[in-house]
Design a protein around this ligand. Structure first.
Ligand SMILES: [Zn+2]
Length: 65
């Protein structure tokens, strides 16, 4: 499987959740992926909010997660 790294900080091996969040919150066809820290900064929200969203999406059985 292809390993994704964060476009913002270069963190390697992003988790499935981080990739899913990028797709869900930015663009489902995004070629750039972000770790939760960079996503939070980009979206100007708290990391906690993003982590809560991950749980929310998991409960909805989103295909990205
Ligand atoms: Zn990052």
């Amino acid at each position: 499987m292809e390993k994704k790294s964060c476009y913002g900080c270069g963190k390697e091996a992003l988790s499935k959740s981080e990739i899913g969040l990028t797709k869900k919150l930015l663009d489902k066809d995004s070629k750039r992926f972000y770790c939760v820290d960079c996503l939070a900064e980009y979206l100007e929200v708290d990391v906690e909010i993003l982590l809560a969203k991950v749980e929310e999406f998991k409960e909805q059985d989103c295909k990205f997660f």
